[in-house]
Design a protein around this ligand. Structure first.
Ligand code: NDP
Ligand code: MG
Length: 387
């Protein structure tokens, strides 16, 4: 029986994970879950899975739930609550599926306890990857298994081969909702339009990120941090059908890839079962004969500036990826609230990056510096653009 702790159980990844567990109750026990504001759903999840450790955003909600469910042993809330949940609960695997850099501290706690981390929360790897990698070297028994579909594909395509023989990583991108559009077409697009993703059903923030291609940019940095490839050896290719989830090219000309229907259940399941590959009845299987043809094209980097801004942030390194990520998180929030236009997201990221004085993360205070820069960037963007 594997004991699972799910951060972000009320989200898109979190509910997919619970669906997998629902179909295999003999093998998995949900020991802890976390939501933020969706209390109705977390209540349902507590009823169904009887976890004993919980996190919710507000103290009042935490108190109410504690009174309602006597079997809850510990309920956390507020700023340090997620990290406390990861630090104190009894689990084998933690799925980090909160949205945003808010997941950093909890991930750090799980590494220090040398747990298996099923990492969906890419923002943590982008903002704090340098520090996380250093910590992973100190805690070598920790297993960090990527859940992001592209990174799960890369992880699988690197299995069994010598990484030194790999020439490059090829990350596939659907191209997002606005594939084929030009800057002029994007000036007045609405939140509703941006939230219509052609292939994937996901949380709102990542769906907007997919429409700007900032998501692909975040994934390039995530791949660099997870697999240690130079930015020159990480390529992005648009593959609108989202069947090939990413590829690794080797010295002998072979390209190894992982394919499947566009569903997050397979990568979540693999992070739970690695190195095994197990059946789950909620998994959908790919039919080649019923699939459309698989096509590929260059990303339009001029229109969708999110990719190149990310390469720039990644190549600059140190605190710049944290700035890229934080500026984007707040810009997306402002766009969703109708306070800025779609293309302003790029302007904001670029302006904030231009104004950032890069700080070194070489010292022991790296995590504090990352968190300070993250906080200051959020404040700066809100002050300048929130009206
Ligand atoms: P959702 O927006 O659907 O869910 C986010 C979850 O995080 C919810 O449980 C939400 O709680 C919780 N949450 C949000 N803000 C906070 C906060 N400040 N403190 C604590 N908890 C918070 O996101 P997704 O499931 O789509 O994505 C989760 C992560 O996985 C992201 O990092 C994303 O980039 C990554 N990912 C997602 C994919 C997908 O297909 N969805 C694919 C690849 C990666 P509540 O709803 O209760 O307020
Ligand atoms: Mg992805």
């Amino acid at each position: 029986m594997k004991k699972i702790l799910i951060l972000g159980s009320t989200g898109s990844i979190g509910t997919s994970a619970l669906e997998l567990i629902r179909n295999n109750r003999e093998q998995y026990q949900v020991v802890g879950i976390s939501g933020n504001k969706n209390i109705d759903l977390i209540r349902e999840q507590i009823k169904e899975f009887s976890p004993t450790s919980i996190y919710v955003g507000l103290e009042k909600d935490a108190e109410d739930l504690k009174k309602e469910f006597s079997f809850i042993e510990k309920i956390y809330f507020g700023e340090n609550g997620l990290a406390e949940l990861a630090k104190n609960s009894d689990y084998d695997i933690i799925l980090t599926a909160v949205s945003g850099a808010v997941g950093i501290d909890a991930t750090v706690e799980a590494i220090k306890r040398e747990k298996r981390i099923a990492l969906a929360n890419k923002e943590t790897m982008v903002a704090a990857g340098v520090y996380i990698n250093r910590l992973l070297r100190q805690y070598p028994k920790c297993e960090l298994i990527p859940v992001d579909s592209e990174h799960s594909a890369l992880f699988q395509s690197l299995q069994g081969f010598n990484k030194k023989n790999a020439r490059k990583l090829i990350i596939t991108a659907s191209g997002g909702t606005f594939r084929g559009k030009k800057t002029d077409d994007l000036k007045n697009v609405t939140v509703e339009q941006a939230l219509k993703h052609p292939n994937w059903s996901m949380g709102k923030k990542i769906t907007i990120d997919s429409s700007t291609l900032v998501n692909k940019g975040l994934e390039v940095i995530e791949a660099h941090e997870l697999f240690g490839f130079d930015y020159d050896d990480i390529e992005v290719v648009v593959h609108p059908q989202s069947i090939i989830h990413s590829m690794v090219e080797y010295e002998d000309g072979s390209i190894i890839s992982q394919l499947g229907v566009p569903s997050m259940k397979t990568p979540i399941l693999y992070a739970f079962t690695y190195p095994e590959k197990e059946f789950n009845k909620s998994i959908d299987f790919l039919s080649f004969v019923n699939s459309n043809s698989l096509t590929f094209e260059e990303p339009d980097r001029e229109t969708f500036r999110g990719i190149d801004l990310a390469y720039r942030a990644g190549r600059t390194g140190q605190t710049m990826p944290a700035v890229f990520n934080a500026a984007n998180e707040i810009a997306v929030d402002l766009f969703m609230k109708g306070k800025i236009k779609f293309l302003d997201i790029y302007q904001i990221i670029e302006k904030v990056m231009n104004g950032h004085q890069v700080l070194s993360l070489d010292g022991d205070d790296a995590l504090e510096i990352i968190k300070k820069v993250d906080k200051e960037t959020r404040k700066k963007v809100r002050e300048q653009w929130e009206r």
